[in-house]
Design a protein around this ligand. Sequence first.
Ligand code: ATP
Ligand code: MG
Length: 490
Amino acid sequence: MIVPNWLHQRAFLTPHRIALYEGEKEITFSELHELAKKKAKQLLRLGVKKGDIVAVHMKNSAKMVEIIHALQYVGAIALLQNIRLTREELIWQLRDSQASFVICDHAQSLQPMDNDIQLIEWAELETVPEQEGMLQTTYNLDDVATIMYTSGTTGKPKGVMQTYGNHWWSAIGSALNLGLHMDDCWLAAVPFFHVSGFSILMRSVIYGMSVYILPQFDAKKANEIILQQKATIMSVVSTMLQQMLRELNEPYPSTFRCMLLGGGPAPRALLDECARRHIPVYQTYGMTETASQVVTLPPEYLSKRGSAGKPLFPVQIRIEKDGKEAKANEAGEIVVKGPNVMKGYLYREEETKKVLKDGWFYTGDIGYVDEDGFLYVLDRRSDLIISGGENVYPAEVESVLLEHKAVKEAGVIGIDDEKWGQVPCAFVVVHEDEVVTEEELQQFCEQKLAKYKVPKQFYFVNNLPRNASNKLLRRELLSLLTGEGRSDER
Ligand code: ATP
Ligand code: MG
């Protein structure tokens, strides 16, 4: 299906509305459209063509938004790269995707680059003359708009092909859930190279909504923006929200209507604190392959706290166990279907076939749906611990550990055990000014968890292995044992 280019149409419909706030700067949709068109023509001059894969290696900024729209005007496919990747990971992605250009803030950090990949630095692009040429003022919804690599939490990252249609339906699904207000402004402190951040930009042009850009997350600054009534919605992951709460001494104004919390399991203690402090948290579940949210829980369902909610309007979910649909409250793999589900993994037909069957996407996550249709995400299938025939979900144990005031971070994995097959084992980072013993933590867990879920061993470490998306790499925890010594006290 052919639809108008979203920025083009938005600039025609509501040219004077503010598209972006960045520091003191305000950019209207009409200005953004002119800036993006100019950049598109400069990219044409540098040889970027329709269908090319062009990597974007930039920090959140209005400049990055311009580039994203410029690439859509050219009809090139944007490969959004995490700027926290190591050089090796980054080059691997560029080769894996066969990208031909990289647009970046600073070229120096990326050099030397492969010969067949052209580096384009923002400052240099600014000076390139424009070339007249066809700009894409329409989209085919089936065309690939973006490629984003999965976070690589469970294995090697895979390039996810997201179409214009995926982004469209993702934006529509979100609006049908959260509603649209004329004065909405979405605070963007999550990176645009993740689907959580990128989807804010697509919503902005589709809805005609302002975005307040933070170049990087800063808890104090984010609170300030909300308290000054400059933003009505914000997307966060739990560590961001935890930091914001620690800094916050007054209630948010009623104009702030949604704190969209996703990206990983939400610790129970955090949800409880938000409820106590009247923070309108919408818990949400989604992934790169579904172009952002698939399931969301609005705050009015207090009794369902801890659930990720019900599917967005265009989405269906189902829990599968042994090839059959599971009963209510029975755990199994979360399977989703909807127009926001990716086209497939780039150049990975076999892997795509494994996860996409009859339009259903097999998420690799385990969860259950209760009798009222609310989804509870338990954990990733690959991280499940089976101890004496009982299932232990590391996320649940980690969430309990995080309730202890001395615990800053926690990671739980299964280790082999003669009697039980596997037993849970915890890695804990303690807050700097706190002291806690293994025994205390064990007793704390025993009060809150069934015996078989209580970690049999605790290791105190200085930090936990995380990937460029700051997600815990449980598969690397075991190797910590060889590197870090075990101690009973800190
Ligand atoms: P990879 O697929 O390469 O291992 P990844 O799955 O971490 O990486 P993302 O697409 O960034 O890559 O993350 C999506 C995953 O994050 C989901 O599949 C799920 O495991 C987890 N997740 C997201 N939201 C929630 C949530 N509300 N509760 C629990 N887990 C969540
Ligand atoms: Mg994944």
